[in-house]
Design a protein around this ligand. Structure first.
Ligand code: DQA
Length: 145
């Protein structure tokens, strides 16, 4: 089983970016935790971060061709990118949308996710653990558990 995890804009700054909201773990810490989970779970994982909407769209297309499932945190693009939404809608693998923070407990604009309706499901509010929970859910969905 091959899974892909994608991080959108500004997530490269985790660790120093608003640590009261996003925690003190760096993106590399989170990626290391995902790789360790994947090793234990016996799945292949590919991880990618971009600050660019078009690159995220292309990475979603690639995942749709090459992978069995996708975890994506589109960052702020979650709230307004119809291009990211359409990319998710265009692929046929399961997609879990993950957020470190609870997007429904913050500013009003963050409680709108234009991508959630085309995802298989969402995990939001568990900090770095959101990614692991998303991977677990994805693996179970793909395995038919
Ligand atoms: C985020 C929430 C978004 O509102 C924000 O723009 C991010 C991170 C999260 O993981 O909690 O960049 O997606």
């Amino acid at each position: 089983m091959k899974l892909v995890a994608l991080h959108g804009p500004n997530l490269n700054l985790l660790g120093t970016r608003e640590p009261d909201v996003y925690g003190s773990q760096t993106l590399e810490d989170i990626n290391a935790a995902m790789r360790a989970w994947a090793e234990r779970a016996g799945v292949d994982i590919e991880i990618y971060q971009t600050n660019h909407e078009g690159e995220l769209v292309e990475a979603i297309h690639r995942a749709g061709r090459d992978a069995d499932g996708l975890v994506v945190n589109p960052g702020a693009l979650t709230h307004y990118s119809y291009a990211v939404r359409d990319a998710i809608a265009a692929i046929s693998i399961p997609v879990v949308e993950a957020h470190l923070s609870n997007i429904h407990a913050r500013e009003a604009f963050r409680s709108v996710s234009v991508t959630a309706a085309v995802a298989t499901g969402i995990v939001s509010g568990f900090g770095a653990r959101s990614y692991i929970l998303a991977l677990e859910a994805l693996k179970a969905r793909i395995a038919g558990d």
